[in-house]
Design a protein around this ligand. Structure first.
Ligand SMILES: Cc1cc2nc3c(=O)[nH]c(=O)nc-3n(C[C@H](O)[C@H](O)[C@H](O)COP(=O)(O)OP(=O)(O)OC[C@H]3O[C@@H](n4cnc5c(N)ncnc54)[C@H](O)[C@@H]3O)c2cc1C
Length: 491
């Protein structure tokens, strides 16, 4: 489509990228009387690095002093309980243990403890006996540990989707399947081009994750690079739930990684990872045998009972590491009104609420006048999680809405009503449903429930089953008229 034929749209603030940084920023800006538009290239928000990480809300003891990572990590951590309560997102304050397996590693444990005290992070030193009393399945080799009780775990995709839902309820606009393919400046205004639109904006916020350097370059702003660094993760069946109660870190062997961890996820599964390998390509999301071997050999030193046969799925994510080795949170020195929220590698998920909360202040420092909305609604309407209810509450729900009585995902106990609710809140694909509800995320990895979820997506979105995709155009699941295969009802 020629540029002249594209739909024109003017907004005050355009955000490029709907990861955790872009969505929480949209929510923060929706507190003010501003036109805010978020452009996301994928079919749903949260599908970049935000969907493929360890989901840890870090305590704030790992980051080197003087870095932006340190500046934003602990404040971000402190915002999680309220944020997740307002948005009704799963968050568990499991606590974080950094464990020494040899006497000589205790120096680092003491260093983290001191750092925690200096930063105001709640921390305790634990003896070998205290650690083993708290985590009986840890290796007998444990010597001691620092414990940070306010570290925890969140479902990152759920948080990004919820933040966007709340931002939209407060007046922000979302355009998915809208990759920015061109950008330029004319006078005071900045322009973004997508396959269908030309967006004019006073401020552009670059939250494009791995592609933030490419968005900057489209504006002729070529002063940083994003270097992808891969992390593989392996998720265990719920059968192993309870093997650890908190998130277990080793004493890291290198400066660029916090080590390979045993993670108690917000959903209660055990997950191990991540690796930390520089890779050349920004789409290299494959897992590897060498990654698997490294992860198991490292984590079984910490928790010997980790059984590779109980792995139900694996994935890899790419950290958007900058060539500065730190976050880049600044207005461009070359393009006025272009704000970079780039290079947000780990602990970017933890830092995200604090980074987003700073954006209105940064806009005001540049002379933008922000007027708060009187009717801003911080709360998102609650989500029903059928599996977490008592039998009595479940019966009552089924009486009110029989779709709660139709079980779609047996592994994770997800009902038809929850899937319909997820679709009404914005899920458009099988992955969107899975990450919002857990339907298809369990032991059978959607082997049984996928046709039924496809049927519900097809019905609710009013599209033929051949158009139902795993994660947007190009990942459709059936290539022929599928009506006969579907429509068999739910179990
Ligand atoms: C393996 C691994 C484990 C990690 N574990 C943790 C952890 O436990 N705790 C923690 O705090 N942090 C962790 N992190 C870091 C954390 O995941 C990231 O800091 C965070 O997700 C970054 O979010 P983002 O919004 O910047 O990027 P993204 O989530 O990648 O979002 C960028 C968005 O921009 C979109 N986009 C890109 N180009 C365009 C374009 N041209 N037009 C429109 N949209 C575009 C993408 O589709 C994407 O949705 C981990 C990272 C990895 C890889």
């Amino acid at each position: 489509m020629k540029r002249e034929a594209k739909t024109k749209k003017a907004v005050q603030v355009a955000i490029v990228g709907g990861g955790i940084i872009g969505t929480l920023t949209a929510r923060e800006l929706s507190r003010y009387q501003l036109d805010v538009l978020l452009l996301e290239k994928e079919a749903e928000v949260g599908w970049g690095t935000t969907k493929a990480n360890s989901g840890i809300v870090h305590a704030g003891i790992h980051e080197d002093p003087g870095t932006l990572k340190a500046k934003y990590c602990f404040p971000g951590n402190q915002m999680f309980p309220r944020l997740c309560e307002e948005l009704d997102v799963s968050f568990k304050q499991t606590g974080i243990l950094v464990v020494a397996l040899a006497e000589e590693e205790m120096d680092m444990v003491h260093m983290y403890y001191q750092r925690g005290l200096e930063r105001g992070v709640p921390v305790r030193l634990l003896s070998r006996e205290e650690v083993l009393a708290q985590e009986p399945n840890l290796s007998e080799d444990v010597v001691g540990s620092v414990f940070a009780p306010e570290g925890g775990a969140v479902m990152p995709f759920e948080l990004a989707a919820a933040a966007m839902e709340n931002a939209v309820a407060n007046g922000a606009e979302l355009m998915t399947e809208s990759p920015v393919i061109g950008a330029w400046v004319e006078g005071e205004k900045k322009y973004l081009e997508t396959p269908t639109h030309i967006i004019e904006a006073d401020v552009v916020i670059n939250a494009a994750g791995l592609f933030a350097d490419e968005i900057a370059r489209m504006f002729g702003d070529d002063y940083f690079r994003i270097l992808p660094r891969k992390g593989e993760e392996y998720l265990f069946d719920l059968e192993l739930a309870g093997l650890v109660n908190s998130i277990i870190f080793p004493v890291p062997a290198s400066k660029i990684s916090k080590g390979i961890l045993v993670i108690h996820t917000a959903d209660g599964n055990i997950m191990i990872g991540p690796t930390s390998d520089n890779v050349p390509a920004k789409d290299d999301l494959g897992t590897t045998y060498s990654g698997f071997e490294r992860i198991f050999s490292e984590t079984r030193r910490l928790v010997p009972g980790l059984d590779p046969r109980k792995v139900i799925t694996q994935f890899a994510g790419l950290r958007a590491a900058s060539d500065r080795g730190d976050f880049i949170i600044e207005f461009s020195p070359n393009v006025p009104g272009l704000l970079h929220l780039a290079g947000i590698e780990s602990p970017g998920l933890t830092a995200a609420p604090a980074i987003a909360a700073d954006v209105p202040k940064m806009l005001e420092e540049q002379g933008f006048k922000l007027t708060p909305k009187e009717n801003f609604q911080p709360r998102r309407e609650g989500v029903v999680r059928f599996r977490q209810l008592s039998r009595k509450e479940q019966d009552e729900l089924i009486r009110q809405n029989p779709a709660y009585g139709r079980m779609v995902c047996r592994c994770e106990t997800v009902t038809e009503a929850e899937i319909v609710d997820a679709i009404r809140r914005g899920a458009r694909t099988l992955d969107g449903v899975k990450f919002r509800t857990r339907a298809g995320a369990g032991r059978c990895q959607s082997g049984f429930c996928q046709p039924v979820i496809m049927e519900i997506l097809s019905r609710e979105l009013g599209i033929p089953a051949e158009q139902v995709s795993k994660r947007g155009a190009g990942s459709e699941q059936v290539k022929y008229e599928a009506k006969e295969l579907l429509g068999k009802g739910v179990s």
